[in-house]
Design a protein around this ligand. Structure first.
Ligand SMILES: C[C@@]1(CC(=O)O)c2cc3[nH]c(cc4nc(cc5[nH]c(cc(n2)[C@H]1CCC(=O)O)[C@@](C)(CC(=O)O)[C@@H]5CCC(=O)O)C(CC(=O)O)=C4CCC(=O)O)c(CCC(=O)O)c3CC(=O)O
Ligand SMILES: NC(=O)C1=CN([C@@H]2O[C@H](COP(=O)(O)OP(=O)(O)OC[C@H]3O[C@@H](n4cnc5c(N)ncnc54)[C@H](O)[C@@H]3O)[C@@H](O)[C@H]2O)C=CC1
Length: 205
């Protein structure tokens, strides 16, 4: 199945997860990290999800799914262990709703890749459902190459890019500078980063 990768902004958006087991747990935590407003519909709730409910981070509807649960949902995840229930969820969504079905990819219109976050650097891996485990393995391998130190470097890049865009009007020069700061010697030297920021803040090219 051909897919189109995008980065979705979910802040404040209404997300409904059907099912409250271990797969739902993983999906809910990711949704909360994206600041979505999360509702879980399930007769049972994973013990690790319970504190989120108690702390009012998620809403929990303690019963089996009914179609009106997803009225007004921006994004829906069918994550029960019952094929027929997940199928019922997929038959209840309207055209504009985003739907992920955890046991039958083709019933939904998106799937979730393995993810690695290092501040503003987000690396995602998908196998289009061929092997979620391979996605996870590759993500872990990449994580060793791009470790926690990337977070500070990304802050520098973001700041530098803002300054370069403001001070350098010539597009070719701008592009060359933005390329230069992605070289490894910048990644490994906060001194070099500092000098670059100072040089740019003073320049008008
Ligand atoms: C299609 C997709 C739909 C979706 O969920 O969006 C899907 C579907 C299914 N997964 C299954 C199994 C497993 N899934 C994982 C793990 C992850 N699964 C994730 C995504 C996806 N899984 C989407 C495709 C993404 C892609 O291709 O890359 C990850 C990457 C992201 C996430 O879920 O957050 C997350 C990594 C978590 C992390 O970041 O660590 C593991 C490994 C483990 O648990 O350790 C196993 C067991 C090993 C194995 O089966 O490979 C089964 C069979 C269930 C059964 O046997 O009954 C189905 C259903 C089917 O195959 O039809
Ligand atoms: N996409 C993925 O990443 C993965 C998908 N899976 C698939 O996901 C499914 C769920 O796996 P787990 O979370 O481990 O199962 P689980 O048994 O931990 O949780 C299932 C949840 O569904 C709820 N549920 C059952 N009937 C319901 C209904 N009518 N309405 C609302 N909720 C209902 C249960 O109360 C329970 O909370 C499995 O069937 C498996 O095929 C499994 C591993 C990974």
């Amino acid at each position: 199945m051909a897919s189109y990768p995008i980065m979705l902004q979910l802040s404040g958006k209404h997300a409904v997860v059907i099912g409250g087991g271990s797969v739902a747990l993983r999906k809910v935590i990711d949704l909360l990290e994206a600041n979505a407003s999360v509702k879980v519909v399930s007769p049972s709730l994973h013990s690790k999800l319970y504190p989120y409910y108690k702390g009012q981070k998620i809403q929990w509807i303690k019963r089996e799914f009914i179609p009106s649960d997803i009225d007004n949902a921006y994004l829906v995840i069918a994550a029960t262990n019952q094929r027929l229930v997940n199928q019922k969820v997929s038959m209840s969504v309207t055209d504009g709703q985003l739907l992920n079905v955890v046991d039958q990819q083709e019933d939904g219109n998106f799937h979730i890749p393995a993810k690695l976050s290092r501040g503003d650097l987000i690396i995602t891996v998908s196998t289009n459902g061929a092997s979620p485990y391979l996605s996870k393995t590759i993500r872990n391998e990449i994580g060793e190459i791009y470790d926690q130190s990337m977070e500070g470097y990304l802050k520098f890049l973001s700041q530098a890019r803002r300054i370069v865009k403001k001070h350098v009007k010539d597009m070719r020069r701008r592009k060359a500078l933005l390329k230069e700061i992605t070289h490894k010697d910048y990644r490994n030297s906060t001194e070099k980063q500092k000098v670059f920021l100072e040089r740019m803040s003073d320049s008008n090219e």
